[in-house]
Design a binder for this molecule. Structure first.
Ligand code: FAD
Ligand code: SF4
Length: 478
C-alpha cells in the first residue's frame, strides 16, 4: 500500500469500502458494498493509531474484539493470523463486519471519528475473514478432546450459532434445531441480500458442520419435536428462538388487502432471491408499479423500503413519527435508502388507512407532529399539530413497527419463567447469567433481551455456552 506512517500524520481521510452506484444497485439484490481492495485495507490499517490501553473500540464492540491487534496484523500482511484472532472472540466476524451498526459501536468510539473519519473497522473485519476463507483457510477447531455431554440448541440464528460454536470447540456434541430450511435466523430470513449475501450463510453451515455441529433444519420445536423430550434427552438446552410477535398499530383499516407486515414481506422476497418456492406463510406481494408507503423508521423499515425499490415500485415513501435525528436504526442505512430514491416524511403520525371502491388500501391518512417536552426517560415525544392532516396515496402499506415476544405454548409446564412482555427470564434477579428458571435450560438473544442486534445475540449465545461448560465441569468435579 506504500503509505508510510510519516505521511499519515496529517490525518488522511477514511476511504472504506466502495459502494455500487445507486442507479445500478437498485436493479438487483446483490450486496451494495464492494470488498475492501487490498491497497485500501492497507491504507485503513495504516490510519489506525493503535491507541493501546485507550482503545475504546474494543470496549464498545459488544464482543470486545481485539480490534487494534487484528488491524496491526492486516498492516503486517498476516491475514490468516488476523482471521484466527477474529475467530477467538467472534463466531461470525465477516457477518458482523457487514451488518453491525458500526457508527454506534466500534467505529463510534474511534479516536479518528472527527479527524478524517473512523477507521473502517467493519470493512476490515469483513476483509480479513473473506480473504482468509477465499484461500481455503477454515476456522478449524484443531485437537479437541470430546466430552460426554450433549446440548440441544433451538434456533440457528446468531445466538444459537454463537452457542453451538463455543460448545463444539470445547468437544461437546451439539444438535441445532431450526424451523427454517437454512441456518442464520434473521441473518438469512430477515436481513435482505443487498446487506448480506446469503451464500455466506451456506459457507458458514459447511464450516460449522465440518466442526461436528449437527443441523436439523425444517424442524420446529413444539410441532415436529417436543421440547420436553429435548430437555430429557440432552444435558442442557439453549433457547435462541428470537422474537417474532408482530406489533399492530391499532389503526382502522389495518386488515385491508394491501396492508402487509414487514417481516413476512422481507422473508418472501428473500426466499424468492434464494430460489426457494413461495409458501402460504410468506406470500410474495406484487410491488411493480405500485406506490409503497412504509410506516416506521428502524432498520426493518429501511430494509422494506429498499426491497420495494428493487422490486420496481413506482414510488417508495417512509413515514416516521419523529425527526431524522431520532431514527433508531443505522444512519448508514438511512443514507443508502435516500441514495436509492426513498422519500422521507418525518414528524408524521398515522391516523387512518383509506380504501378504494374495490376495498383495497388506497392511502394513509397522516397528521404532522412536533416534538414535545422530554418525558421521564429523557426522550421527547411527538405531539400532533392540529389542522395538519393530509393523505399519502398508497397501493401497498408496509407496517414496520418492530417486534415483540411471540407465544410459545410448548414452553409451558417446564418451569421456565417469562416476564410480562413474554420474554424469557434468565439469571435470576440480576439477569447476569443466561440460565433460565429451569436449571437445564439456557436462553439468549432477542428472545431474552427483545429485538436488538446480531452481535448482541451472538454475545449471549457464546456466554450461555461458557456457562454450560462451567456447569458441566462442576458436575464432573462433584
Ligand atoms: P433470530 O435471528 O431471530 O433466530 C432465531 C431462530 O430461531 C430463527 O431461525 C427461527 O426460525 C428459530 N426458531 C424460533 N422458534 C423455533 C422453534 N420453535 N423451533 C425451531 N426453530 C425455531 N441486526 C444487526 O445487527 N444489523 C442489521 O442490519 C439488522 N437488520 C435487521 C433487519 C431486519 C429486517 C430484522 C427483522 C432484524 C435486523 N437486525 C439487525 C436484528 C438481528 O437480525 C436480530 O437481533 C438477531 O438476528 C437476533 O438473533 P437471535 O439468534 O436471537 O434470533
Ligand atoms: Fe465492530 Fe461489530 Fe465487528 Fe464489534 S463485531 S468490531 S462492533 S463490526
Amino acid at each position: 500500500h506504500g503509505i508510510r506512517r510519516q505521511e499519515m500524520l496529517n490525518k488522511p481521510p477514511r476511504i472504506g469500502a466502495k459502494k455500487v452506484d445507486a442507479e445500478q444497485r437498485k436493479q438487483h439484490f446483490d450486496e451494495i458494498y464492494r470488498p475492501l481492495a487490498k491497497c485500501d485495507a492497507g491504507y485503513e490499517s495504516e490510519r489506525c493509531l493503535s491507541c493501546a490501553q485507550k482503545a475504546w473500540c474494543n470496549w464498545t464492540c459488544p464482543l470486545h474484539n481485539a480490534i487494534p491487534d487484528f488491524i496491526r496484523l492486516v498492516n503486517e500482511g498476516k491475514i490468516i493470523e488476523a482471521a484466527e484472532l477474529c475467530h477467538q472472540s467472534s463466531s461470525l466476524p465477516e457477518i458482523c463486519g457487514r451488518v453491525c451498526p458500526q457508527d454506534r459501536l466500534c467505529e463510534g468510539a474511534c479516536t479518528l471519528k472527527n479527524e478524517g473519519g473512523s477507521v473502517a473497522i467493519g470493512n476490515l473485519e469483513r476483509y480479513i475473514t473473506d480473504t482468509a476463507l477465499a484461500t481455503g483457510w477454515r476456522p478449524t477447531i484443531g485437537e479437541v478432546v470430546p466430552r460426554k455431554e450433549r446440548v440441544a440448541v433451538i434456533g440457528a440464528g446468531p445466538a444459537g450459532l454463537g452457542c453451538a460454536d463455543i460448545l463444539a470447540r470445547a468437544g461437546v456434541q451439539v444438535d441445532v434445531f431450526d424451523r427454517h430450511p437454512e441456518i442464520g435466523g434473521l441473518l438469512t430470513f430477515g436481513i435482505p441480500p443487498f446487506k448480506l449475501d446469503k451464500n455466506i450463510l451456506a459457507v458458514r453451515r459447511e464450516i460449522f458442520s465440518e466442526m461436528g455441529i449437527r443441523f436439523h433444519l425444517n424442524q420446529e420445536v413444539g410441532r415436529d419435536i417436543a421440547f420436553n423430550e429435548l430437555v430429557d434427552i440432552y444435558d442442557a438446552v439453549f433457547l435462541g428462538v428470537g422474537t417474532y410477535g408482530l406489533m399492530a398499530a391499532g389503526l382502522e383499516g389495518e386488515t385491508l388487502p394491501g396492508v402487509i407486515q414487514a417481516l413476512p414481506f422481507l422473508i418472501a422476497s428473500t426466499r424468492e432471491v434464494m430460489g426457494l418456492e413461495e409458501v402460504a406463510e410468506y406470500p410474495l406481494t406484487e410491488i411493480k408499479g405500485k406506490r409503497v408507503v412504509v410506516l416506521g423508521g428502524g432498520d426493518t423499515a429501511m430494509d422494506c423500503l429498499r426491497t420495494a425499490i428493487r422490486r420496481g415500485a413506482a414510488s417508495v415513501t417512509c413515514a416516521y413519527r419523529r425527526d431524522e435525528q431520532s431514527m433508531p436504526g443505522s444512519k448508514k442505512e438511512v443514507g443508502n435508502a435516500r441514495e436509492e430514491g426513498v422519500e422521507f416524511q418525518f414528524n408524521v403520525q398515522p391516523r387512518v388507512i383509506q380504501s378504494n371502491r374495490k376495498g383495497q388500501v388506497s392511502a394513509i391518512g397522516l397528521i404532522r407532529t412536533e416534538m414535545g417536552e422530554p418525558g421521564p426517560d429523557g426522550r421527547r415525544r411527538p405531539q400532533p399539530v392540529a389542522g395538519s392532516e393530509f393523505e399519502l396515496p398508497a397501493d401497498v402499506l408496509i407496517m414496520a413497527f418492530g417486534f415483540q415476544a411471540h407465544d410459545m405454548p410448548w414452553l409451558r409446564g417446564n418451569g421456565i419463567a417469562l416476564d410480562r412482555w413474554g420474554q424469557i427470564c434468565t439469571g435470576g434477579k440480576d439477569r447476569g447469567t443466561t440460565q433460565t428458571s429451569n436449571d437445564k435450560v439456557f436462553a439468549g438473544g432477542d428472545a431474552v433481551h427483545g429485538a436488538d442486534l446480531v452481535v448482541t445475540a451472538m454475545v449471549a449465545g457464546r456466554q450461555a455456552a461458557q456457562e454450560m461448560l462451567t456447569l458441566f465441569k462442576r458436575k464432573e468435579e462433584a
